[in-house]
Design a protein around this ligand. Sequence first.
Ligand SMILES: Nc1nc2c(ncn2[C@@H]2O[C@H](COP(=O)(O)OP(=O)(O)OP(=O)(O)O)[C@@H](O)[C@H]2O)c(=O)[nH]1
Length: 190
Amino acid sequence: MAKKYDFLFKLLLIGDSGVGKTCLIIRFAEDNFNSTYISTIGIDFKVKTIDVDGKKVKLQIWDTAGQERFKTITTAYYRGAMGIILVYDITDEKSFENIQNWMKSIKENASAGVSRMLLGNKCDIETKRKVPKEVGVKVRKGIHYDVFAKSSICVEEVRKSLSAGITLNPTAREEKLTPTDKKSSKCALI
Ligand SMILES: Nc1nc2c(ncn2[C@@H]2O[C@H](COP(=O)(O)OP(=O)(O)OP(=O)(O)O)[C@@H](O)[C@H]2O)c(=O)[nH]1
């Protein structure tokens, strides 16, 4: 059977429980939103194929449970990830403070030099914002986005940046993971 993609990338979403990781993935993969909160148990994934420079790039996006009790299961998936997306809720200061702990967890469990992206979710409820936009940018130094899974507009911006951040290595064999070349990308991944 003919292969439907040229490259496969594995991405992982991490962050506190309830920040909206599942909603972001559903918005990204299915362009949908559901306000009912069903906490993720362990780990799940969705697949989305995007076009980058005329190549079909299959993104396998892993959704991890934010709850502490699933940490042993979820950290086992860090190693295989090429990009890790850290998510916090802009209306929840604690979820932003905890980004430091999630970063520590990346250091301990992921491959060295894995690309990272920081997303502040739920910016549709700007009136309840607790984490100033500038703080998010300053703390992480790299590129940072405020998004909302509730609308596809913000998420579309991230999709474009993800595409720009993915650098396809022409010498890599198909189906092999290709590391993001941070120097040459514009780059959503920090
Ligand atoms: N207003 C608003 N609510 C959101 C947004 N994204 C997610 N939510 C809500 O936040 C709640 C939690 O969303 P989830 O995506 O399940 O959160 P999670 O981070 O996957 O949580 P765990 O699976 O427990 O780790 C749900 O009630 C969502 O409807 C958003 O952009 N705006």
